[in-house]
Design a protein around this ligand. Structure first.
Ligand code: ATP
Length: 322
């Protein structure tokens, strides 16, 4: 029997491009003659029946906006069995036969639980950290990379003018993909990520000194959020080298902003694919991008996968940024 009504929600940390994904889900569902509703504030909205019936115009004028028009939340109540049962009850009461969950791996664990409660779910990976193992590029990652690059380019202008060193913290609690790629794009002297053990003297001081001897007078050190400690690091660099050093934490600006072409297109393709999967009667799957194709995996399988850190690229970054 064909699905008559689905819902879409955004959950966990926001990422630019979530709106483009919501729009694609809504428009694809409507094109297939289904009803569709948005759920406000992630799983909390399902628990509290906070629903928005959608037509074609409900998702107008959001493709270019960062954040999420549906709002997002980290729902503690949904982690409990009672919360999950309430959410499933909302779906049954409102005739919702499938849910598209746009978020990170935590949100997919939630989608597994909701599927267990009898509501078919499909996940769409949206996180600026790009830390979803089955997916080469997550929604929001490209925009965050570009935002970081533009901000650090600005810092570089002032570091260069004052012969300074800038120690810059970029987001990524457990994953250093953002730090690695931004570090390459801005020509960082050193990139410090959670995946690679680092030694302050060898990887920071010695590299600054070696580069200084070649005539360079300004330096950018990129540090992933998971490593942290940029204030102390900057103090130590200044003490040991005599080079004026400033810490900068880019912070939440990295999450915002109008999504790039890449994120809008990716989000549109993924939103469309998620609805197609529900129409085929599939559930507990996550949409992913591999070699520029849209593919999908069982959520259990996707969550068990590991994403290897690109050590070769890390070595290249350090070889060419001296
Ligand atoms: P980000 O990568 O941006 O942090 P995320 O989706 O991983 O995004 P989380 O806060 O981990 O963010 O998860 C979002 C929500 O998903 C949680 O607040 C909770 O409601 C639900 N969730 C997470 N883990 C589970 C779980 N094991 N069981 C049920 N629900 C979960």
């Amino acid at each position: 029997m064909a699905i008559k009504k689905i819902a879409v929600l955004t959950s966990g940390g926001d990422a630019p491009g979530m709106n483009a994904a919501v729009r694609a889900v809504a428009r694809t569902a409507l094109a297939k003659g289904m009803e569709v509703c948005g759920v406000y504030r992630g799983y909390d909205g399902l628990i509290n029946e906070n629903l928005l019936p959608m037509d074609l115009r409900t998702v107008s004028d959001i493709i270019h906006r960062g954040g999420t028009a549906l709002y997002t939340a980290r729902s503690e109540e949904f982690r409990t069995l009672e919360g999950q049962q309430k959410a499933a009850e909302t779906c049954r009461k409102n005739g919702i036969e499938g849910v598209v969950v746009i978020g990170g791996d935590g949100s997919f664990r939630g989608a597994q639980d909701l599927t267990r409660q009898g509501i078919p779910c499909i996940g769409i990976p949206a996180t600026i950290d790009n830390d979803i193992s089955c997916c080469e590029y997550t929604i929001g990652y490209d925009t965050a990379l570009n935002t970081c690059m533009h901000m650090i380019d600005k810092l570089r202008d002032t570091s260069q003018s004052h012969d300074r060193c800038s120690v810059v913290e970029v987001m990524g609690r457990r994953a250093g993909y953002l730090a690695l790629n931004v570090g390459i794009a801005v020509g960082a002297t050193t990139i410090v990520v959670p995946e690679v053990p680092f030694d302050f003297d060898r990887d920071i001081l010695e590299r600054i000194k070696a580069t200084y001897e070649t005539g360079k007078r300004h330096f950018i050190i990129i540090v992933a959020e998971g490593i942290g400690g940029v204030d102390e690091m900057a103090k130590k660099i200044e003490e040991k080298t005599g080079i004026e050093t400033r810490p900068t934490v880019l912070g939440h600006v990295q999450r915002g902003g109008s999504p790039t072409v890449r994120d809008r297109v990716l989000a549109s393709r993924m939103g469309n694919a998620a609805v197609e999967l529900l129409c085929k009667g599939l559930s507990n799957r996550v949409v992913a991008m591999q070699m520029n194709s849209i593919v999908d995996f069982d959520i259990d399988e996707a969550l068990a996968m590991k994403k290897p850190f690109d050590r070769a690229m890390y070595e290249v970054a350090h070889q060419i940024s001296i």
